[in-house]
Write a protein that binds this ligand. Structure first.
Ligand SMILES: C[S@@+](CC[C@H](N)C(=O)[O-])C[C@H]1O[C@@H](n2cnc3c(N)ncnc32)[C@H](O)[C@@H]1O
Length: 267
């Protein structure tokens, strides 16, 4: 591991289920195997990040396998150097890292997220990975120790990514393409405004865009529980009125999955 103390930045070493630094800051390894490296003074709320309901919904939906084409796509982009290290930043309940670990057994996978619920759930299930609670702006990892920095639908901090990624490292950012889940938005809002997120300008001070790929496919959901899980993992669920939600839940629905996958290398 390549962990550093979130308080004083010195190296952390493991002894008797506890990480300690030379300045005597210490962090327990929880019984699920994760480490909480988000000190209370760095939290901006009591329970930051996704809540339990969102995490459970994400687990239920992703485990149905609807996003397998995305997993396959990402896997082809990852460095397969033996012992290379991938950091899944904002990993949620750990699905993507878990899938990648099954396909690429030779690489080390670390996951972090600011949500304790997410990391607890991830660490319980995906035993081949190491998980820790941390925020994207203050990653408790040594400089230049990451070969692949992966972020899927989570926030990014360019300077911090630049610090942790190796000189020849790769950054992969997955985000919503213009029409991602547009059928849901159309049910909820009067007019549909396509997503227009592009991480290129944020990363531009440190990284060159190597490649941008678009992955689009449709899925049809017929099971009410699956539709509900899919809704609950989107921001739509939390802003829509009950009538709109009940209408979506009342029928089968075909949804556009539209992902954009950007990859970057250091300047
Ligand atoms: C939309 S979810 C995506 C989770 C996972 N990558 C996936 O696609 O299943 C966004 C995740 O980012 C996490 N997150 C939000 N702000 C964060 C921050 N500042 N630092 C680390 N994680 C954060 C949330 O807790 C949540 O788990």
């Amino acid at each position: 591991m390549y962990l550093i103390c979130p308080i004083c930045k010195s190296t952390l070493s493991l002894s008797e289920k506890m990480y300690k630094c030379e300045n005597k800051h210490s962090f327990d390894v929880a019984k699920e195997g994760y480490v909480n490296l988000l000190p209370v003074q760095k939290k901006n709320s009591k329970n930051p990040g996704d809540n339990k309901e969102m995490i459970n919904a994400r687990r239920a939906f992703l485990e149905s396998g609807y996003y397998t084409p995305l997993v396959d796509h990402i896997t082809t982009m990852i460095s397969k150097k033996v012992s290379s290290t991938l950091l899944d930043a904002g990993c949620g309940e750990g699905y993507y890292g878990g899938q990648i670990a099954d396909r690429l057994k030779e690489i080390n996978i670390l996951g972090f997220d600011i949500s304790k619920e997410a990391i607890k759930k991830a660490a319980k299930k995906y035993k081949a990975q190491s998980f820790f609670i941390a925020g994207i702006t203050d990653i408790p990892i040594q400089d230049h120790s990451i070969d692949t920095y992966l972020t899927i639908f989570a926030p990014i901090d360019a300077a911090e990514i630049n610090r942790v990624v190796a000189e020849d490292g790769n950054v992969i950012i997955v985000s919503a393409g213009p029409n991602h889940m547009k059928e849901i938005a159309e049910e909820i809002y009067e007019s549909y405004i396509p997503h227009d997120y592009d991480p290129t300008s944020v990363l531009e001070p440190y990284f060159d865009l190597k490649n941008k790929e678009v992955l689009t496919f449709n899925i049809t959901l017929e099971d009410k529980e699956e539709i509900k899980a899919m809704l609950q993992m989107t921001p739509y669920f939390w802003s829509a009125n009950e009538e709109a939600i009940n209408h979506i839940l009342s029928k089968n629905i075909t949804i556009t999955c539209d992902f954009q996958v950007h990859s970057f290398s250091k300047k």
